[in-house]
Design a protein around this ligand. Structure first.
Ligand code: ZN
Length: 224
């Protein structure tokens, strides 16, 4: 069912569940999950109860949507690389290259061109960074894969298979460093226990700042 809550579009999905829950999608539509046979009036009173949460999060999600829209591969546009904003030029070249804080794209390039450029850079950059850090920490792993994951920056399996998302190439270097340390510390603790976080903090005392940046900017995984 589609409805509106003031200016906010709301999409209600019914399923076998016991309680109402909601979250915003990247475009600012409020996605409500409702148990079967809940009436529109009941959904509305739920939304009214949660109006403070809705207001706060709507502002956040719209800010992110605007930031995401402002990244584009067109003359005068901008993209992110290692946390730095690069001004985009299009045309006059057959390949993508970066000079200082400017980046040039061939005519007809799109966000996909930027994505494949990020991917190819990620292969070397993330692999070297990870390998060096693992060596320095004296931690072993089985395999490192660079993936296009859009839900998490990195992962570590029980068997020591690590993944890092190439979307990290848009993030500041300290944030990448934090994800690398985070995944390596999972080789010592497979959970997010107090011991695990103590281990992370030992390697990176100001990790909370970088973790927050990544949490606040996870929309970047949806940009390309
Ligand atoms: Zn973790």
């Amino acid at each position: 069912m589609d409805m509106n809550f003031g200016d906010i579009p709301v999409k209600v999905t019914y399923s076998r569940r016991r309680t109402l829950s909601m979250k915003f999608d990247v475009t600012g539509t409020l996605m409500v999950n409702a148990p079967l046979r809940v009436s529109e009036a009941e959904v509305r009173s739920f939304l009214n109860e949660k109006s403070r949460w809705i207001r706060t999060n709507y502002v956040k999600v719209m800010d992110k949507a605007e930031k995401a829209r402002s990244l584009s591969v067109e003359e005068g546009g901008r993209v992110l690389y290692l946390g730095e904003e690069l001004s985009v030029h299009v045309g006059g070249t057959h390949r993508i290259f970066k000079i200082g804080n400017e980046i040039s794209f061939p005519e007809g390039s799109s966000m996909e061109s930027y994505a494949s450029w990020l991917k190819s850079r990620a292969k070397e950059y993330l692999t070297v960074k990870f390998r060096n850090r693992a060596y320095e920490m004296g931690i072993t792993y089985r395999e490192l894969r660079i993936t296009g994951a859009k839900s998490k920056w990195g992962s570590c399996s029980e068997t020591g298979k690590i993944t890092l998302s190439w979307h990290l190439m848009m993030c500041p270097e300290e944030c990448i460093e934090y994800v690398v340390i985070h995944e390596l510390c999972h080789r010592l603790y497979m959970d997010h226990s107090k011991e695990f976080w103590a281990e992370v903090e030992k390697r990176m005392p100001d990790y909370k700042k970088h973790k927050k940046w990544l949490d606040d900017n996870s929309y970047l995984m949806d940009v390309v």
